[in-house]
Design a protein around this ligand. Sequence first.
Ligand code: MSP
Length: 521
Amino acid sequence: MTRAFYVTTPIYYVNAEPHIGQTYATAVVDTLARYHRLAGDETFFLTGTDEHGEKVAEVAEKRGVAPKEVADQYAKAFRSTWDTLGFSYDRFIRTTDPDHIATVQTILQKVYDAGEIYFQEYEGLYCIGCERFLTERDMQDGLCRDHERAPEQRKESNYFFRITRHFAWLADHIEKHPDFIRPEGFRNEALAMLHDESGLGDLCISRPKDRLAWGIELPFDRDYVCYVWFDALINYLTAIGYPAGPNFERLWKGAEHVIGKDIVKPHAIFWPILLRVIGVPLYLHLNVHGYWTVDERKVSKSLGNKIDPLVMKQRYGFEAFRYFLLRHMVFGLDSSFTEEGLVARVNADLANNLGNLLSRTLNMTARYAGGQVPEPGPPGDLEIEIAEAAPQVAEKVDRHLRRCQVSRALEAIFEFLDAVNRYLETRAPWQAAKAGTAESDRLVATTLYTSCEALRVTALLIAPFLPETAPMILERIGAPGALETARLPDDAARWGVLRPGAPTKKGEALFPRIEPLERDG
Ligand code: MSP
């Protein structure tokens, strides 16, 4: 039976160009989506932009233009950047899309009719960066901890969503489903929020229009617009046709979100409660990643401090940049980005480990086997070891990716490549070929077959991470188009699939060695 896999990135604020953190999240989701497509799951990958709220209104006011103009500009920038980087999203949603506005209003009315919304005067300190009233623990030295700016004192009558009454069942759900929020540290964080009586109050879900007109009007009070977070979360439902679209129920059963650690609260607390109140089952998993930090001292002035994904693509190729992001950050932990780190990692893993194995294998296949996948002889112990490692690495990649542990999946693939490189060194077919006996020829053929087949397994498993490189490898080792019909993990777990006699092709280095960066201090 086909399973559904519905995966989302956060929707991005339209107040600046895409940065490294957003590129990372989208690359993770792209990788998961590509894996699940290859696994035969009905896959839907959603990304898009979060366009309402004060942040955008503020930018527009400074520039003296309408908020929609600012939103259009950055939504276009995100979309075209994602297209240039080759992300395989199924929908790019904008919260200004008419179907989204209609869905938000339907849901607001439903929550209101259910008696879960009340009206009250409220006074407190409001941070525009967070788009919410702050509690004491959100502040340090009078400033918002996250945004390092002074909040404003505000007094307003607003609509509130009764979330506190739902904390008990939500805590229970999180306790009973250990992988609902993962990795574990963020699950504990969510539980702590729910157990801390003084921490979270009911959620203010409106803004008076006379203060902020840039938002979705409340269907039950035209003097107010909807709070941007309430509007934003609903994008995950709009995108697949809630409530009555033909694919909605099927896809929603496989829903999971990928977010950064600063937006756990809305996703882990507000969102499940809203889903329950409107009668939609909870999502399966909330996958939370850490932060990229860029150590300014280590990034030279001439290269610039801003990590712009398009500049990285131009400088290193997007597959190399993407590889570094996915491999270097352990999902859930923080990582620091440096170009030196990227260069070292890409040279070691892609140029050396993978690239050299491919070029050596292809060169020797050209030289000793007439440029065709050779017919292997009976396997020895070393060949059996490699053949047995294939189903193991396929299983590991499957398991890690289903838990959103992208770096672990890559680690498993590169451990397999290490083993294949060691195998080739031990067999040393370039030595064996010198003997020129029937036996040594058979050994060379067996070794090269094993190496080609290991590259086939690698190419299939690495395809979700390096979608442009993988088909090139397959083409060169005599299996062009293999990805079009492949099923993962099974086809990577199988050994002996390459057809002896299939033509192989030498070619340019996949990842030419990058020269270490010159520093200007
Ligand atoms: N619009 C909200 C999300 C609404 S989802 C219903 C938002 N947008 S954002 O553009 O500010 O951030 C989007 C994502 O980028 C968040 O998951 C955030 O954690 C992530 N990152 C922002 N800076 C980051 C790093 N330096 N490193 C990694 N990710 C970071 O929040």
